[in-house]
Each structure stands twice: as C-alpha cells, then as structure tokens.
Write a protein that binds this ligand. Structure first.
Ligand code: ACO
Length: 443
C-alpha cells in the first residue's frame, strides 16, 4: 500500500531510515539522524541558491510556472489587475481576505494619512549628490525611517506591527518621489490626500507650478495595475531578504531596506532596464532577424525573455502588453513597442526559444510603459519596490506569526584550512605554503 514516506538507505553503514513526506517535502532535520558514527554531526543537504529548498510554509502567493499561473491568496492575477485597486490587493495580501467596504475605507484612510514623512527625511535626502541613484536614496531613507519610529522595534505587538505596515506602504511613494525630484533638482511635492494612491504618487513626481495636479486617469489606472502586478511573487530574492533579515526581529524599516537592496541588483529589479537598452540597441524592426541570430549564437540574451519559474507565458506580461496600448492612447506611443511586438512574434515561432520554453516575462513590456509615462530608467526598480512593499510586509508578518520560524541561519560545508598556528609577520615571506584543504563539516 502507498505510504507518505521516503526510505533512505545509507550505503556507508547499510542502515535504512523511513522519513515522512509532507506536502511533497522531506524535512531537512530528519536527515540529521543519518550518521556514520556517534560523533558524526549527521547528514545535511547542500542547495546553493535554494533552488530546491522550501524555506517556509506560506499562504500568500501561488505560482505554477509550467501553466503560467499566478494567484494572490487564491485569486488569479489577471482578475485582480482587471477588477481591484492596489490598496485592495495590499489589504488582501496582508490580511488574507478581500476587505469589506468598511475595512477598505479604513485601510485607505490609514494609508492616505501616513503618506507624510518627517522634514528631517527631506533634509536627509538633500544630502545625497545631485546624480545619486534613486534606488540608493530609497533604500537609505526607508532604513532611516526606523530612527523616527522607535516603537517599531516591538515586532511582537500586533497593533504596532500593523501601524508600521501602514506607514511603510504609505511612505514608500513619498520617498520614491522625493528621490526623483532630488535627482532632477526640483523641490519636493508634499502628498495630496484628495488623490488616489497612484494619483498622489504621480502628483508628487510631476507637479510643477499648477495649483492642483490632475493625474491623467489612464496613466493613474495603469500605474495602479503595475503596482498590483508587482505586489508579490512568493519567495524571490528580495522577499527572502525581507524574511531572512526580519527573522532577527529587527524593525520592519530595516528589513524593508534589506529587501530594497536585494531588489536593486540587476538580476532582480533591474531586468526591465536591460530590456529597454536591448530594444534601443536593436533600433529598428529590420534589425530583429540579425539580433535573434546573434542571441542564438550565444552572443547575449533576449532580455525580458525566460524565467526561472515560468516555463510558459508570464501571466503578468499578458496584462502589461494590453495595458501598454491603453497608456499609449493617453500619452502617445513609445516606438519601442513595435520592435518588442515583432521580436516577441519572431521569437515565439523560433525553435530555439520554443524548445527552451522561453516566453516574455514581466520585464519585457513594463519598461516600455514606464518610459511612455516619462520616467527615467533608474526609476524602474523604485516603482517595482513601491508595489512589492505590500508583499514584503505580508511575508514579514506571516514569518513572525509562524511558530516554526526562528532566526534564519543556514549551514555551510567548510572546505577551508584545518587548525594551524599564527605565523608572525617577520616569518611570512619564507615560502610558507598553506596545507591543502580537506572537507570537514562544522556544527
Ligand atoms: N535569451 C536567450 N536564451 C536564453 C534566455 C534568453 N533570455 N534565457 C534562457 N536562455 C537559454 C539559456 O542559454 C539556456 O540554453 P542552453 O540550455 O542551450 O544552455 C536555456 O535557455 C536555459 O537557461 P537558464 O539560464 O538555465 O535558465 P534560468 O532559469 O537559470 O534563467 C533567467 C532564467 C535568468 C530569467 C534567464 O531566462 C534570463 O537570463 N533571461 C533574461 C533576463 C531577464 O529577463 N530577467 C528577468 C527575469 S523576471 C524577474 O526577475 C522579475
């Protein structure tokens, strides 16, 4: 009869062990009993980059990469993009359920009334060089917020936790817009409580001398949808940073700064910039066949194509592609879209890409929209961070409320030197040669 167990035979000792299989996983700690002797530390797993290790149980986001499925709390991403607002989605991610009208009104009120930052933050921003990268400014100032809210250190107090979550979701657009204005040498624009979450962000970015900034409704809607599409993506690099750093029970501003830093990297939040650079380099639809030939020959990659998890069309890319035309109708077409559409058409018919299951990912079209909205490339990861903050916080809260979680602390395989003595500096040029390394495990 079928059993939910795994039988392992250790050929070093001939002993067999029966390990429980739960939710398609074995517990790494169950391997510790597999030992060759009393003083053996026990068997561990080796998984650089965590490609086959579940670090947590989560009930927030579900991805089926083969089928191209992405759901937040069970609801498909395309349904949320079409029908919900970003703040509704943020509530859903954090609380687990869609809000009632009263709950949503209260949540929106809380976020709206926490958008302001202390004047010292604005002054701090002034200290950055005129050409500082906005992602560096965002990362630093979100970390600085922890010094303004000492109550945030009480991560075990549910009310305090919720207050900090409201503050972070609310203040991220303000910090992002201040960073953008600083970069452009423009005075900061303070939040406008009469506008929507996305509308207020657009006002803080683009308001000039007019009495009141009126966001373009199509752009406002598109930005809100882009925030929804980026709101969570289960255990990606920045979310893992949020959970890992948060597991030390540091305040959530410091943990969010760590997540921002992870997102800053070109392999994570920076791929849409690379996609734009690639489209600019191709320059014309006529140059696409030559470019594809080069990619197939191993000269570079088709940026915005392929994904570690999705082996099908990224469901977010489908939504963004449609959204692009709605933005172009409002603000004018970004000519790069013609190159992108043709590139996609050719690639999806080409055996090289078909065989490797390479489809457009979220980054293929998002940069084209941001550019059409008038945003420079170095703001792309900043926009990503605003949307993702709801997901980071939902994951942070889930981690803190999970009794099985402790401070994150992976093991290592030590292959360095064995015990040796300190050599005085005067004796070090005498042909001292380190002994060859021998593998040992450390507890
Ligand atoms: N263009 C051309 N060939 C590609 C591409 C691409 N974009 N992506 C993968 N391949 C090829 C590889 O050369 C490899 O071919 P081979 O089997 O002949 O060696 C095969 O497809 C598998 O590629 P891997 O690198 O093993 O796939 P992996 O899952 O590790 O990489 C990744 C995923 C990093 C996203 C990759 O597809 C890539 O570099 N894409 C371009 C960058 C990009 O768009 N990143 C954004 C990802 S979405 C996000 O992070 C928000």
């Amino acid at each position: 009869m079928a059993k939910d167990t795994l039988t392992v035979t250790d050929n070093r000792t001939g002993k067999s062990y029966e390990l429980p299989v739960t939710n398609g996983t074995v517990r790494a700690m169950d391997l510790r009993q597999i030992r060759t002797s009393e003083d053996d530390f026990g068997l561990m797993t080796y998984d650089p980059a965590f490609t086959n290790t579940a670090s947590c149980v989560s009930r927030i986001t579900f991805i089926d990469g083969d089928k191209g499925i992405l759901r937040y709390r069970g609801i498909p991403i395309d349904e949320l993009a079409e029908k919900a607002t970003y703040l509704e989605v943020a509530y859903l991610l954090i609380h687990g359920e869609l809000p009632t009208r009263t709950e949503l009104d209260s949540f929106v009120h809380n976020i709206t009334f926490h958008t302001m930052v202390h004047e010292n933050i604005r002054e701090l921003m002034d200290g950055f060089r005129y050409d500082a990268h906005p992602m560096g400014m965002l990362t630093s100032t979100v970390a600085a917020l922890s010094t303004f809210y000492p109550d945030a250190t009480d991560v075990h107090d549910a009310d305090s936790r919720m207050l900090q979550m409201h503050r972070i979701v609310a203040k991220m657009p303000t910090l992002a817009a201040f960073a953008y204005r600083h970069r452009r040498g423009l005075p900061c624009v303070y939040p406008d409580n009469e506008l929507s979450f996305a509308g207020n962000f657009l006002a803080m970015l683009f308001k000039m001398a007019e009495r009141r900034y009126q966001p373009n409704p199509a752009v406002e809607k598109a930005l809100d949808v882009l925030f929804i599409l980026h709101a969570d993506h289960e255990q990606n690099c920045s979310t893992n940073a949020m959970r890992g750093v948060g597991s030390s029970q540091v305040d959530p501003y410091s943990a969010t700064a760590a997540a921002c830093a992870a997102l800053y990297g070109p392999l994570h939040g920076g791929a849409n910039e690379q996609a734009i650079r690639m489209l600019q380099e191709i320059g014309s639809v006529n140059n696409i066949p030559e470019f594809i030939k080069k990619v197939k020959g191993g000269e570079g990659r088709l940026m915005g194509f392929g994904h570690r998890v999705y082996k099908n069309y990224d469901p977010r890319a489908k939504v963004i592609k449609k959204l692009a035309y709605e933005v172009f109708d409002a603000v004018g077409k970004n000519p790069l879209i013609d190159i992108a559409i043709e590139l996609e058409r050719i690639a999806l018919e080409d055996e090289y890409f078909v065989k490797r299951k390479l489809y457009p990912n979220v980054d293929f079209y998002s940069g084209i929209i941001y550019q059409a909205m008038g945003l420079p490339m170095d703001m792309f990861p900043v926009l990503f961070a605003i949307g993702r903050s709801a997901g980071w916080l939902a994951q942070w809260r889930e981690m803190l409320e999970d009794d099985e979680q402790k401070i994150a602390r992976p093991r290592q395989i030590y292959l360095g030197e064995e015990l040796r003595s300190y050599v005085p500096i005067s004796e070090r040029d005498n042909g001292f040669v380190a002994k060859p390394a021998r593998p040992t495990k450390t507890p």
